[in-house]
Design a binder for this molecule. Structure first.
Ligand SMILES: [Cu+2]
Length: 130
């Protein structure tokens, strides 16, 4: 073997091992895992304008819910919304919809309120039947 030939062979082997490193057993295919069936999330719009509208919202136990707050007033009173039982506190800039994702809820009432607890609303979580 001439020195040149062996150099070429070595380079080819190096390339081959390099490309093998780039494809470690289909790691890319693993990342693109099949889509998990996530239950649909129900989005409920709550307008903040001299109170929460609607002020009472019924959802089912375990239902996936997100609240979309749209604050249409500038009074500092409703600058924040709190869901104390869920440890949620969220700023609501005027005229900018804000999504608040909720965890699966247990049956019972979940209050939402302004920072001063003057303006209030209730999520009524009804028990799942059967
Ligand atoms: Cu207030």
């Amino acid at each position: 073997m001439t020195p040149l030939r062996s150099f070429v062979l070595a380079s080819t082997l190096a390339l081959a091992s390099a490309s093998a490193l780039l494809m470690p057993g289909g790691a890319l295919a693993q990342e693109a895992s099949p889509q998990t069936e996530s239950p649909a999330v129900r989005e409920i719009e709550v307008v903040v304008d001299r109170g929460y509208k609607p002020v009472r919202i019924e959802v089912d136990e375990g239902e996936r819910v997100r609240l979309k707050f749209v604050r249409r007033e500038y009074t500092p009173c409703t600058r924040e919304v709190l869901l104390p039982s869920l440890n949620i506190r969220q700023e609501l800039p005027p005229n900018k919809p804000v999504i608040v994702e909720l965890p699966p809820l247990k049956a019972g009432d979940v209050e939402f309120q302004c920072g001063m607890k003057m303006v209030r609303g209730t999520l009524v979580v009804t028990p799942r039947k059967g």
